[in-house]
Design a protein around this ligand. Structure first.
Ligand code: JFZ
Length: 451
């Protein structure tokens, strides 16, 4: 009887495994990415023990999520500091409400950054917020539940090739390693770290929080191709719908991740610009400045017109509050999207291209290549039967390049009456006659309906 039970159990497990693999194979990269491409806009959150410092350490004030490295803090001192991480004001539902009000459709939070401190319940490694810090709760569980209840997709960031708490994480030439506690770079064995910490924790992230929609790996460092494949296979088996960024390493992943910059042109490969709302630091820094709402809204439009996604980062405080400077800007983006979201979500890229700018034939960039000169007059996105022109620089007349389809109607997306605008279409292009004042100084969207 025992043998039969054992046999049936094995049969059941192998069937489950086969079924998961079959499902994983059934969902191809395009299917997986469909919701993500339509979503266009997500919230990035850099939050961890480092947030408690607010960018400041013993009189220096330029720190962020790299605090342990940039302030040269030994593991013993930083670990003690991490014990005091106690975000008593953290409210996952409030964070999700801020993201939704901003018009963000997904959220990615740092679960373990380069300091190696997990802000999730990690039974495989005691250096985590539940077992190590005063807080004792699992904010990733609370946030994943809030996302699932709030109807926005949930994703996690995990640092692969940097972990200043672990003795076995070498980096290229040791340049980004913890050489204070672990000075002998040659003795470090990434595979030990991979087996001891990475695999168990990635498995915990895949199995403790319900549906996981994104795994955003960072700094793959010296991970081998086999190790990247092993992580990818684990993800595909346990969460077949989960999309993976290209920082899993070794040319794998579902999409590219240009950082703090926007590519100059359209790209058929899926990509997502990640950028800070603050001027440059990802983790909370009480001294840093913030980008203007106009810049953030126009960046979203520029990125969408080139077929990309915008992952915009906030750095909550050590108490768990998203800074007011970020909330104000995200609210402004949400107000713009409430009126013009139809021209962003689930839209295709511009049918043109010259409107985004050109390469100078005289100036060179810092790499010695022809410098790209951005034009900031207008951008275009598309829906079936519609061409949206997002106007940054207003004038009474707008000329855009010719399109094959015939124009049937032109109006302003923000005009509740959708009053028809005069236009003239020829093989030379389309001329649109606009009202005196721009309805929206940041970006007014013209809707061109075609046959
Ligand atoms: C990494 C992290 O070091 C940083 O703290 C933040 O989390 C960011 C989102 O990701 O920063 C990088 C990673 C890659 C490059 C530059 C900064 N890169 O490839 O140039």
């Amino acid at each position: 009887m025992k043998k039969l039970l054992c046999y049936l159990t094995l049969l059941g497990l192998s069937a489950f495994a086969l079924n998961s693999v079959a499902l994983a194979n059934k969902i191809n990269s395009d299917d997986r990415l469909e919701w993500w491409k339509d979503a266009r806009f997500g919230m990035f959150i850099h939050w961890g023990a480092y947030s408690k410092a607010g960018g400041e350490w013993k009189g220096t004030t330029d720190h962020g999520e790299w605090l342990q490295f940039s302030a040269k803090i030994p593991v013993a001192e930083y670990s003690e500091f991490a014990k005091g991480f106690n975000p008593v004001d953290f409210d996952a539902k409030e964070w999700v409400a801020i993201a939704k009000t901003a018009g963000m459709k997904y959220l990615v939070i740092t679960t373990k950054h380069h300091d190696g401190f997990a802000i999730f319940d990690s039974p495989s490694n005691e250096y985590n917020i539940v077992d190590w810090s005063e807080f004792g709760r699992d904010p990733i569980k609370e946030l994943s539940d809030a996302c699932h209840e709030g109807g926005i997709r949930f994703g996690v960031y995990y640092s692969l090739g940097r972990d200043w708490h672990d003795p076995d994480v070498p980096t290229k030439n040791g340049a980004r390693s913890n050489l204070i506690d672990y000075p002998d770079e040659e003795s470090k064995d990434f595979s030990k770290y991979f087996e001891r910490k990475v695999k168990p924790q990635v498995r915990e992230l895949l199995t403790q929080y319900g549906q996981l929609d994104i795994i955003w790996f960072d700094t793959p460092g010296l991970i081998t191709k086999e190790q990247s494949m092993e992580l990818r296979d684990m993800i595909r088996e346990l969460q077949p719908q989960c999309i993976i960024n290209n920082r899993i390493g070794n040319g794998m992943g579902d999409y590219g991740t240009p950082e703090q910059k926007i590519p100059s042109g359209k790209d058929i490969e899926p990509w997502e610009t990640c950028m800070t709302v603050s001027e440059r630091i990802w983790g909370y820094n009480k001294y840093v400045g913030y980008r203007e709402s106009e810049t953030l809204i126009r960046n979203l439009i520029d990125i969408s017109s080139k077929g990309g996604n915008y992952l915009l980062n906030v750095g909550p405080t050590g108490e768990g509050i998203i800074p007011e400077e970020s909330v104000e800007r995200l609210n402004a983006m949400g107000e713009w999207l409430d009126i013009n979201g139809e021209a962003i979500y689930a839209c295709g890229p511009t049918p043109f291209g010259p409107e985004v700018g050109h390469y100078s034939d005289t100036e060179l960039d810092k790499y010695g290549n022809p410098k790209f000169i951005s034009e900031w007059k207008w951008r275009a996105t598309t829906q079936p039967g519609k061409l949206f022109i997002h106007v940054f620089e207003w004038a009474n007349e707008l000329r855009i390049p010719a399109i094959e389809k015939s124009v049937e109607n032109v109006n302003l997306l923000g005009d509740p009456d959708r009053k028809a605008l005069s236009f003239d279409q020829s093989s030379e292009g389309i001329q649109i006659f606009l009202p005196e004042a721009a309805p929206d100084e940041i970006a007014t969207v013209i809707c061109i309906q075609t046959n």
